[in-house]
Design a protein around this ligand. Structure first.
Ligand SMILES: Cc1cc2nc3c(=O)[nH]c(=O)nc-3n(C[C@H](O)[C@H](O)[C@H](O)COP(=O)(O)OP(=O)(O)OC[C@H]3O[C@@H](n4cnc5c(N)ncnc54)[C@H](O)[C@@H]3O)c2cc1C
Length: 426
């Protein structure tokens, strides 16, 4: 399916109530959602074309943690081995306060065993490269330099996406995977695409050294008052990090000043915090004013469907944005299996996915409220609760929440009622 000049528009013979097999599918956005949805729908026998506004593969950003629900989808898509080859296998989350005192943590190996799939940490550029490689091997076309500027219905009620470069596409199904900040598809589906600033900024970076920066492959999460520093190892000598601070929506800071800004803020925090900031190339540090989107009940209009952040952008504090984008891919392919009409498939897909995505978005907001609280008493109570938490119960609760709707959910329910001893059967 090629994008065509606008004057080549002709009538649409397809209908939203026709069977959804062997469709032409156009995807706006070649991020984690767009590429994974492309792979899943291609395997289902559809003809897929990805349109990405960037002129080439993304090299920006730091990393993501792909929890076991994502591991399941990656395995189903046939990309897990390649993710494992460039990613890390974290063993634990260790929480500490800004003085370095332990606030408990999570045994990730236990979570992985409960869910039956691995957690991986990976640089964003590496995940993007793995997905793009599989897309290329499947001969799925990706048109870079295609920024969608509008989606509208033609005279036959079929969606047309127009691109800044003057071309357009009018597929059987148009999928909006164009992210959280200015989704053209979300604007068409929901009538609004305004992201909400949630009151904190992230500085992100990738620290790299000749020698080990941290002692093991894990996640270290430091909680202060209104600020936080999280570091995630891919290898002991390669660690991505996200520093965060509650503040009003900031004006832009020159990129060259960001390392000094974040170093000043976290200078008194325990190691490895300053070591990681210092081991990060200054020019690669980014600052993000963190926004999310209000959950939607309806993810489709006519033959346009939203997936990934365009549908359900949670805060990074949910830890689940990319994982949920991957879940979208797996579920959507099951609904677009050629049985039933497109309209019913899109409705069923949304009915299954929207409640889970909305719950995770809400959890992300709640966690952020506690994390970025400023008054000492709230922080003291938060830290006490974290210290008193039971890591085995937490692993079960996370496994239950994150497996919802996936095939491993039933066995996890069983494992929890059987008690901790049965966990080790996986
Ligand atoms: C600091 C931070 C840390 C995070 N950590 C984690 C984590 O540990 N685990 C996790 O699961 N999630 C994490 N997330 C969330 C995760 O990054 C997102 O949820 C995920 O990237 C969503 O993927 P997406 O493809 O929907 O959107 P995006 O990654 O934003 O991709 C959208 C794509 O669409 C393209 N595009 C945009 N507009 C247009 C247009 N008009 N036309 C054509 N193309 C367009 C963009 O260029 C981009 O390539 C984190 C997020 C942040 C900010």
């Amino acid at each position: 399916m090629q994008s065509r000049p606008l004057d080549a528009l002709c009538g649409w013979s397809g209908r939203i109530d026709e069977a959804c097999s062997g469709m032409d599918i156009g995807i706006l956005g070649g991020g984690i959602a767009g590429l994974s949805v492309a792979l899943a729908l291609h395997r289902q026998g559809h003809r897929v074309h990805v349109y990405e506004r960037r002129t080439g593969p993304a090299t920006m950003g730091a990393g993501v943690t792909l929890w076991p629900n994502a591991g399941f989808v990656l395995q189903e898509l046939g990309v897990l081995q390649d993710v494992a080859a460039v990613g890390g296998r974290p063993v634990s989350v260790q929480r500490r306060d800004a003085a370095g005192e332990s606030l408990g943590g999570l045994d990730i190996t236990l979570l992985d065993r409960i869910m039956g799939y691995p957690t991986h940490t990976i640089l964003r550029r590496d995940l993007q490269a793995v997905l793009l490689d599989h897309v290329a091997r499947a001969r799925i076309p990706v048109s870079f330099g295609h920024r969608a500027v509008a989606v509208a219905l033609d005279d036959h009620g079929r969606a047309v996406a127009r691109f800044e470069n003057g071309t357009h596409t009018r597929p059987d199904l148009l999928i909006g995977a164009d992210g959280r900040m200015n989704s053209v598809a979300r604007s068409f589906v929901a009538g609004d695409n305004t992201p909400i600033y949630q009151g904190f900024v992230n500085w992100i970076g990738i620290a790299q050294a000749d020698d080990a920066l941290v002692s093991d492959i894990g996640i270290q999460d430091y909680w202060g008052r209104g600020d936080r520093f999280g570091c995630v190892a891919i290898r002991t000598d390669q660690v991505y990090w996200a520093a965060a601070q509650a503040r009003p929506l900031p004006a832009a800071t020159p990129a060259t000043a960001l390392q000094g800004e974040v170093m000043d803020l976290f200078a008194a925090w325990p190691e490895p915090v300053t070591r990681l900031i210092a081991a990060t190339p200054a020019r690669s540090i980014q600052r993000i004013a963190v926004h999310d989107l209000e959950p939607l009940d309806t993810w489709s209009r006519a033959n346009v469907l939203l997936v990934g952040d365009a549908a359900h952008a949670p805060l990074p504090t949910s830890g689940q944005g990319a994982c949920q984008a991957l879940e979208d891919a797996w579920h959507l392919a099951r609904y677009l299996d050629g049985n039933g009409c497109l309209h019913a498939a899109l409705q069923r897909f949304t009915a299954l996915r929207a409640p889970k995505a909305a719950k995770l978005a809400e959890q992300g907001r709640m966690f952020a409220r506690g994390l970025f609280a400023n008054d000492p008493e709230t922080c003291r109570i938060r830290n006490e609760r974290a210290r008193a938490s039971d890591p085995v119960r937490d692993a079960h609760a996370m496994a239950q929440g994150w497996s919802l709707g996936l095939p491993m959910a039933d066995s996890i329910e069983q494992a929890s009622t059987d008690g901790a001893g049965s966990l080790y059967r996986l």
